[in-house]
Design a protein around this ligand. Structure first.
Ligand SMILES: [Fe+2]
Ligand SMILES: [Fe+2]
Length: 233
């Protein structure tokens, strides 16, 4: 785009390569962005200046043409700055829209719908934490997600234990013990975070991923056969 801009000839704003992109694909992709609209205004200024410069050269006013050309260069530099922030902003937005630490996979299913739904929600909450830290969200926003993760972990553990109790699962005491240990770890992270001792670094987030998936895949998965045999789906 840069190499095809500016239109040094006396051309119209829709007709240069940049103009074709701007009024075509560019408008379609980011027409509503305020910076994009500003870019459009600067682009028109560039054309006016280019026309004026060409006119001054035509009438033999070299000094005037040179002065116009300097202004033209300044405005062109401003246009490129705006384009950089437009592209950079769009790239960051696209990255953040998809930002997540890991995805849920069907093979993580423990065969009980309500538990799978809980596990998926926990994966989503850890991903939300990751996204919030990547986006540089405020401490209170990140803290709220962390609180929600802790609350929902408690809800899920209670639900899982209740289901095991209802169906007389013999491994219940071990599950209760492990759930308590996991809650203690998460509570520790939350307390340190709120006390300002830790930021949620990549290391902490990766720990949370292992913290959840280790339990789902190693412990909860061990209950799959039991629940299947009991007809719990
Ligand atoms: Fe679980
Ligand atoms: Fe569990």
């Amino acid at each position: 785009m840069r190499s095809s801009f500016p239109c040094a000839q006396n051309c119209r704003r829709h007709h240069c390569d940049f103009g074709k992109w701007y009024y075509g694909e560019g408008t379609e992709r980011m027409g509503s962005e305020p910076i994009f609209q500003e870019v459009g205004r600067i682009h028109m200024q560039v054309h006016e200046l280019a026309r004026e410069t060409v006119r001054l050269v035509g009438v033999g006013d070299q000094g005037g043409a040179l002065a116009q050309f300097e202004t033209f260069e300044e405005i062109r530099a401003r246009l490129f700055e705006q384009l950089d922030s437009l592209y950079f902003g769009a790239e960051v937005d696209a990255f953040l829209k998809d930002a997540r630490l890991f995805d849920w996979k069907d093979e993580y299913s423990v065969g009980v719908k309500v538990l799978d739904e809980d596990h998926k929600r926990l994966v989503a909450l850890i991903n939300r934490l990751y996204k919030a830290t990547q986006a540089g969200e405020t401490k209170s926003t990140v803290g709220n997600v962390l609180d929600e993760l802790l609350d929902y972990t408690r809800t899920h553990f209670r639900r899982e234990e209740e289901l095991m109790r209802t169906h007389g699962y013999q491994g219940l005491p071990q599950q209760i013990q492990e759930h308590a240990r996991l809650l203690e770890q998460l509570t520790g992270i939350r307390e340190q975070f709120h006390a300002g001792d830790v930021s949620l670094s990549g290391e902490v987030l990766r720990f949370l991923k292992r913290w959840l998936m280790g339990h789902v895949l190693e412990s909860d998965m061990g209950n799959k056969k039991f629940f299947n045999a009991k007809g719990v789906a």
